[in-house]
Design a protein around this ligand. Structure first.
Ligand code: FES
Length: 159
């Protein structure tokens, strides 16, 4: 069942247009998930069902795509999402210290949201900025290399 989730009519139209661009409706799946997330901040179970209906594919297929992409959030997130790259280059250039600085500053670990709902902290695979490690992303902005002593100021710029 869809948990009562209803696609915004405009979003539904955009998703259907995306679907019609492709020979395989599956190809529009990631775009559809992004559209829902842009409006709701995350992708609830009901949205998986609604997207599947709009694309004419099975919910398990949509769920599979949603699970594969770490930038698709399947749980509620804070106002800002911090993604810390834990792939090889960043691991070698200071990932541990950066994660530690973020955790102690925010008082949360990976997968958690600050009690004021301001930040969610998550790990992410390579963000494609490996030359600038350690790299993190806050909302749509990528930063790197991020020095531990810059963490406080960086977080301050996301009220
Ligand atoms: Fe971190 Fe590629 S390994 S951005």
């Amino acid at each position: 069942d869809g948990d009562g989730f209803v696609l915004d009519p405009e979003d539904r139209r955009t998703i259907e247009q995306e679907r019609d661009h492709y020979e395989q409706p599956q190809a529009a799946c990631i775009e559809a998930l992004k559209i829902v997330q842009r409006r709701h901040g995350w992708v609830p179970d009901g949205a998986i069902v609604a997207i599947a209906e709009a694309l004419g594919i099975g919910p398990a297929e949509v769920e599979g795509v949603a699970t594969f992409y770490s930038l698709v959030f399947r749980q509620p997130v804070g106002r800002h999402v911090i993604l810390v790259c834990d792939s090889s280059s960043c691991f070698l250039t200071g990932y541990d210290a950066l994660r530690e600085a973020l955790s102690s500053r925010l008082g949360i670990g990976f997968g958690q949201t600050t009690s004021d709902g301001r930040f969610t902290l998550l790990p992410v695979c390579c963000l494609g900025a490996c030359d600038s490690g350690p790299v993190l992303m806050i909302d749509d902005d990528t930063y790197g290399p991020v020095a531990v002593e810059d963490v406080a100021d960086l977080l301050e710029s996301y009220p």
